[in-house]
Design a protein around this ligand. Structure first.
Ligand SMILES: Cc1cc2nc3c(=O)[nH]c(=O)nc-3n(C[C@H](O)[C@H](O)[C@H](O)COP(=O)(O)OP(=O)(O)OC[C@H]3O[C@@H](n4cnc5c(N)ncnc54)[C@H](O)[C@@H]3O)c2cc1C
Length: 565
């Protein structure tokens, strides 16, 4: 058993931001399933939004315009008070990163440069070429070392300890030895990222399973708006590696098999820089109606930018297209198709990261504050991690300082939870059919086919039936490999347990929501219905499946309007 006043789970940008801020007041430890620098944040390409008004075309930008674009982009489902906080705190958050040494790309005038991004009225996205996540992660990791935060990699959280109506810590698996141990804490911050791996085609890393989100759900914490999944318009055909929106921000065109810039049909003004939900549906429609290539993809054309500009602004994209697609982007278009990209919903929190369970906080992609509503704008997610990670860290430190003996009074219950965990690991090492990998594959296929870009009542019912069948097969299955050291199959099986829960929540929310809004598009209910559905979905765990409730969307100054680009 170990004890820390504040325990952060996850070493991406949200977890590091939270840990750094909390460590100015109390001792902090950070557990991460992979080394922090292998978190998915590392892969972020295009940039981070803040209304700095640095470049000539953006001189009249300000935080209110940023907030409005975000609210409109969210299809009016975001909580506007949370969006205002994010947009207001954005400049300070970006300058803090810069002061800590983040090497942002600069304009000729020497200020932080800003590029245009989808759904934004002005060039507002600060960036470090197309490797923004890499640069920010190294900056924050350095700060974490400087603040002497205890970082433990290869630890996977497998349950949350709830006693006296409060989160008192977690139980985690040491992947290197296969042993379980308890970590008691006065405040636990989940910063464990999105759930992209629920889908077959995704830009997300293998670590993005959302399994800890499911642990919170099982511990009685409601999940919010999980039916809203973002499909990115442009992933590389074949591997689904992300081709950043920055490529269109720099002037790239989308072309179909007939050579048409087809976005003209769908978003006459914004064209390729319409928000992601709209561009992804447009591409999929072109493909479905036979104007794609090989029935699978369209072209992203950068050739007119010229080799020099491509290599300066989009060096990573150039390399990805070349190494993984065999395409020299300066002489040939890049084949692209939509793929799952972002989890808009998550653990329901307030603007200080607090969830409904006292002592449990969440920040970053696993949380739903909610600032993205039904559709996230590019560049707002990195911003969310640093703004709300910081706020959650500060709040957690305050919560921890106010307690006396606190979590340390629960050693016995922690030991019991470790023993439960051991029993569970034994149980899945039994004689059942060895089906975990197959179940995972079938789940991801059902999610892609029936809970994807276009949804229908019929498809969603089929997906639900399939998920139920998979849950039953999961219960009967066991591991092929029973050794405990670095047992990757065991890790995958524990992830799958949580992923099946989340898949159920996404499908149930999508079935209930009989309208189309942002990333959720129902072919049998194509219109947005503010009368009935300008509401958040809250899903709570029951043994018979998710129970759905609804809560009001907080509007401050913007009434819903038609969303035209
Ligand atoms: C390819 C790609 C490019 C992107 N580009 C941009 C961009 O340009 N701009 C933008 O705004 N957004 C972008 N995004 C989105 C953005 O990068 C993410 O939403 C954000 O980085 C998530 O950060 P996070 O800290 O919440 O989680 P992550 O960075 O995903 O970190 C999650 C952490 O949780 C840990 N973890 C998970 N499960 C467990 C467990 N059970 N126990 C212990 N630890 C666990 C992992 O080890 C990891 O450290 C991009 C996303 C992708 C996939």
């Amino acid at each position: 058993m170990r004890y820390y006043p504040v325990l952060v789970i996850g070493g991406g940008l949200a977890g590091l931001s939270a840990a750094i801020e909390a460590s100015s007041q109390v001792e902090v430890a950070l557990l991460s399933q992979v080394h922090p620098l292998r978190s998915h944040s590392q892969a972020a390409q295009g940039g981070i939004n803040a209304a700095l008004a640095n470049v000539p075309a953006g001189r009249s930008d300000d935080w209110e315009k940023h907030a409005f674009d975000t609210v409109k982009g969210s299809d009016y489902l975001a909580d506007q008070d949370a969006v205002e906080i994010m947009a207001q705190e954005a400049p300070e958050a970006v300058y803090r990163l810069e002061r800590w040494g983040a090497a942002f790309s600069r304009s000729a005038a020497g200020t932080l440069d800003q590029r245009p991004f989808g759904g934004a009225g002005f060039p507002r996205t600060c960036y470090a070429a197309d490797r923004t996540g890499h640069v920010l992660m190294h900056t924050l990791y350095e700060q974490a070392l400087r603040h002497r935060i205890t970082v433990r990699s290869d630890w996977m959280v497998v349950s949350i300890l709830v006693e006296e109506g409060r989160c008192q810590g977690v139980v985690a698996l040491d992947i290197t030895t296969g042993k379980l141990d308890a970590f008691l804490a006065e405040a636990v911050i989940l910063a464990t990222g999105g759930a992209g791996r629920l889908y077959q085609r995704t830009t997300n890393a293998l670590i993005c399973t959302g399994q800890p989100t499911a642990l919170a759900y099982r511990a009685g914490v409601p999940l919010k708006d999980m039916e809203f999944i973002q499909f990115h318009p442009t992933s590389l055909y074949g591997s689904n590696i992300l081709i950043s929106e920055g490529a269109r921000g720099e002037g790239g065109y989308l072309l179909n098999r007939l050579g048409e810039r087809f976005m003209e049909r769908y978003a006459r003004e914004a064209m390729e820089l319409a928000p992601r939900d709209i561009v992804a549906r447009s591409i999929q429609t072109e493909i479905d109606e036979g104007r794609g290539f090989e029935g699978e993809y369209v072209h992203l054309d950068l050739r007119h930018l010229g080799r020099e500009r491509i290599l300066e602004r989009l060096p990573g994209i150039y390399d990805i297209a070349s190494h993984f697609g065999g395409v020299d982007a300066a002489v040939a278009p890049i084949p692209v198709q939509p793929a799952q990209h972002y989890t808009m919903g998550g653990i329901d929190t307030n603007a200080d990261g607090e969830a409904a369970l006292m002592g449990l906080l969440a920040a970053g992609e696993c949380a739903c504050v909610s600032v993205h509503g039904a559709n996230r704008l590019g560049g707002n997610s990195l911003l969310e991690t640093v703004v709300f990670g910081h706020r959650a860290g500060r709040r957690a430190a305050t919560l921890a300082q106010g307690r006396g003996v606190g979590a340390r009074a629960h050693i016995r219950e922690a030991d019991a939870l470790v023993a439960d965990g051991e029993a569970r690991l034994k149980a899945i090492s039994g004689e059942g059919p060895k089906q975990f990998p197959q179940i995972r594959e079938e789940m991801a296929r059902a999610m892609t086919e029936q809970v994807g870009i276009f949804r229908t009542r019929r498809g969603l019912l089929e997906a639900q039936a399939k998920l139920q069948e998979l849950r039953e097969r999961f219960r009967a299955s066991s591991l092929r490999h029973i050794g405990r050291r670095f047992n990757v199959e065991l890790v995958r099986a524990l992830e799958l347990d949580g992923m099946l829960d989340l898949a159920e929540v996404v499908a149930a929310g999508a079935l209930a929501r009989a309208e189309s809004r942002g990333g959720h598009y129902r072919l049998d209910h194509r219109e947005r219905d503010d009368q009935r559905w300008l509401r958040h979905t809250l899903a709570s765990y029951t043994p018979r499946g998710p129970r759905l409730r609804h809560s009001e969307v907080r509007l401050t100054r913007w009434q819903p309007e038609a969303r035209v680009y």
